[in-house]
Design a protein around this ligand. Structure first.
Ligand code: ZN
Length: 83
């Protein structure tokens, strides 16, 4: 099987992130609570938005906006999107 670069993800990522993300389901890695993103406990304002698990309070999502980028952190993975 040939190894591809990240461009091979373009179609799948466009499909996944083009939907209403608050309806996306999550499972907390800390307590295994599951629910939709809409049920996260969210705090603002801050340097960014933090979404915590309603079951245990673990941070599940961080979103930080700068003039040129949006940083989305899910677990230990951070995505930087140019805006
Ligand atoms: Zn939890």
């Amino acid at each position: 099987m040939p190894e591809l670069d990240g461009n091979a993800l373009a179609g799948d990522l466009a499909e996944v992130f083009a939907v209403e993300m608050t309806a996306a389901r999550f499972t907390c890695g800390g307590c295994r609570h599951s629910g939709t993103v809409a049920t996260l406990r969210v705090w603002t304002p801050a340097p960014g938005v933090v979404g915590r698990c309603p079951g245990c309070g673990d941070v599940l999502l961080r979103l930080v906006r700068t003039p040129r980028s949006v940083f989305v952190t899910l677990g230990t993975t951070r995505l930087e999107l140019d805006v």
